[in-house]
Design a protein around this ligand. Structure first.
Ligand code: HEM
Ligand SMILES: *[C@@H]1O[C@H](CO)[C@@H](O)[C@H](O)[C@H]1NC(C)=O
Ligand SMILES: *[C@@H]1O[C@H](CO)[C@@H](O)[C@H](O)[C@H]1NC(C)=O
Ligand SMILES: *[C@@H]1O[C@H](CO)[C@@H](O)[C@H](O)[C@H]1NC(C)=O
Ligand SMILES: *[C@@H]1O[C@H](CO)[C@@H](O)[C@H](O)[C@H]1NC(C)=O
Length: 260
């Protein structure tokens, strides 16, 4: 009987965390302004309560779910730690990431600016504007760039407290590149629109739409050229963006979402 129990337990273990399971956050669970980390918590790759996440848990979750190199996972954890206000802590919680103007910034793709409301949770009005720039079934880097640019322009035009730090600006490029080349295909630099919409709107990996864990390892540096492409389409004529070659070089050296 005991053996049977253990065998059954072993056989069903994957159901408790990973691709085979998903549950929305409960009333005591915390979540982030990041649709991907929320998704990983909903699947149990990260602690479902979203709290006290360690370096090892971050590295393992990003590797197991998305095939992200653990060195890169570790540097992302370092960024996350900058948002925890408690000195000398060794963990972060997903809601720490919402602390305004540490990593969280105005002009997001699916969150309201902190000035207008809750910058932590999904906002359909904001996301509808973003979606209107994904003009085909397959999202390209250019469409992602247009959507990013539009959101930055809208925020600057409508939010009297609009601000964008160099770090935040680097993050916006990394985030927009990430949903295309980490979540989508890093070789063709495209991603099915239906997958991305599902990810943002449901915070669930769209396996039922054909999404699978990428077969290739995603390394630090793999995002650079796509972030350059984001930069290239936004250098001129963009209120709210650093403009011109000198600014471009300067922005290039600031840390991004993905740690370069
Ligand atoms: C430990 C790893 C990560 C950390 C610390 C992190 C942190 C953040 C933070 C703080 C934001 C909010 C920025 C804002 O809109 O104000 C954000 C947004 C975002 N993140 Fe992550 N993230 C991580 C991993 C990932 C991964 C692997 C992806 C892959 C697709 C991703 C995709 C995004 C996207 C697309 C947004 C933009 C959401 C929006 O603008 O509405 N993140 N992330
Ligand atoms: C944090 O660590 C530093 C260096 O070890 C120490 O000086 C400081 O008192 C610690 N702060 C807290 C709040 O524990
Ligand atoms: C969603 O965002 C829009 C635009 O920023 C804002 O007017 C609205 O109040 C937000 N909704 C919520 C529920 O925060
Ligand atoms: C971006 O612009 C730089 C300099 O103008 C150029 O060297 C680089 O090839 C461009 N990258 C992309 C992806 O267009
Ligand atoms: C917002 O746009 C104006 C131009 O309309 C620009 O001068 C300003 O620098 C932008 N704000 C920020 C924080 O970039």
């Amino acid at each position: 009987m005991k053996t049977l129990f253990l065998l059954t337990f072993a056989a069903f273990t994957p159901v408790f965390a990973g691709f085979g399971t998903w549950a929305p956050p409960g009333p005591y669970d915390v979540r982030a302004p990041c649709p991907m980390l929320n998704t990983l918590a909903n699947h149990g790759f990260l602690p479902h309560d979203g709290q006290d996440i360690t370096r090892e848990q971050t590295e393992d979750a990003l590797f197991d779910a998305l095939h992200i190199d653990k060195m890169l996972g570790s540097s992302l954890f370092d960024f996350a730690m900058t948002t925890n206000p408690i000195a000398n802590s060794t963990t972060f919680s997903l809601n720490d990431l919402g602390n305004h103007n540490v990593l969280e910034h105005d002009g997001s793709l699916s969150r309201s600016d902190a000035y207008f409301g809750n910058a932590l949770t999904f906002n359909q009005t904001v996301f509808d504007e973003t979606k209107s720039y994904w003009t085909d079934e397959i999202i390209t880097i250019e469409m992602a760039s247009n959507a990013r640019l539009a959101r930055i322009k809208t925020s600057n035009a409508t939010n009297p407290t609009y601000s964008m730090s160099e770090l935040g600006y680097g993050f916006t490029k990394g985030e927009s590149a990430a949903y295309v080349v980490i979540f989508g295909d890093k070789i063709s630099a495209t991603v099915p629109r239906a997958w991305v919409e599902w990810l943002f709107e449901h915070e669930q990996l769209p396996q039922h739409l054909g999404w699978k864990r990428p077969t290739e390892l995603f390394r630090d540096g793999d995002l650079d050229k796509y972030m350059d492409a984001m930069q290239n389409t936004t250098v001129s004529d963009t209120p709210g963006c650093p403009a011109g070659k000198q600014q471009q070089r300067k922005a290039r050296r600031t840390p991004s979402h993905f740690g370069w």
